[in-house]
Design a protein around this ligand. Structure first.
Ligand code: HEM
Length: 217
């Protein structure tokens, strides 16, 4: 890729790397989130009921085949809290690199300017001084997200390099969950374990028994 004066501004290799980055960053992350929400909804009946009720209310207000709107997405407050709590406990991205721009003192140690630092999502998300009883799945933690201290909920990173796909990920997750819970029921068909590779994935690929759902409206 060249600018108007003919100087190369991006090599072919850089373009390929960027396209691959967007494909991995844009696909694997949201698919992991949706996978873990499906797993959770199968295991937690009370959370499932809350999500179903919210999504049915929205479905009832539409005629058959009518698409979801921005207003509908704004009503999916409980579902997004469930998604946030899923992101807190099972963040698709386990961390990232930063470079110290100046000497930093942290926990009695000096991190010298220029050093690379790897921040780990779970260290923050599982810190009980930020999220009491961190191993408990509790979507109500996100009832008032503005009360969370800055940089304490970081599934999408933070600062200048925060994930640019955040809004898109929110939309695709809410839309997918809407059509799944209103149209289908499902049961897990395998023992429930997951590993990190480096994204969290169910060891057996989350096989589901999925059935079309009778509409109650
Ligand atoms: C649940 C879904 C997603 C999660 C959890 C997620 C998470 C992240 C995280 C943690 C980072 C690093 C941010 C930082 O260093 O501060 C990142 C970067 C990035 N994400 Fe996402 N992401 C998601 C969805 C998406 C989607 C849907 C797209 C595109 C369509 C996308 C595109 C990108 C790109 C291009 C970067 C690199 C940005 C940069 O280096 O400046 N992500 N994402």
């Amino acid at each position: 890729m060249r600018d108007e004066e003919g100087n190369e501004v991006m090599s072919e290799k850089e373009i390929i790397h960027n396209v691959m980055l967007v494909m991995v960053a844009g696909h694997d992350t949201s698919s992991v989130l949706i996978t873990f929400i499906l797993r959770l909804l199968a295991n937690e009946p009370s959370v499932y009921e809350g999500v179903l009720q919210e999504q049915e209310e929205i479905a009832k207000s539409k005629v058959l085949g009518e698409a979801l709107t921005w207003e509908d997405l704004a009503k999916m407050k409980y579902t997004w809290r469930v998604a946030n709590e899923t992101l807190r406990m099972f963040p698709p991205i386990f961390g990232g690199f930063r470079k110290a721009l100046k000497d930093i003192e942290y926990g009695g140690y000096i991190i010298p300017k220029g050093w690379q630092i790897f921040w780990v999502t779970a260290m923050t998300h599982m810190d009980k001084s930020i999220f009491p009883e961190p191993h408990k799945f509790d979507p109500s933690r996100f009832e008032n997200q503005s009360c969370l201290p800055p940089y304490c909920f970081i599934p999408f990173g933070g600062g200048q390099r925060i994930c640019p796909g955040y809004e898109f990920a929110r939309i695709e997750t809410l839309v997918a969950i809407h059509y799944l819970v209103t149209g289908f029921t499902w049961k897990l068909c395998a023992d429930d374990f997951f590993m990190r590779d480096p994204m969290p994935i169910p060891t057996q690929g989350l096989p589901l028994q999925i059935c079309p759902r009778k509409l109650s409206y």
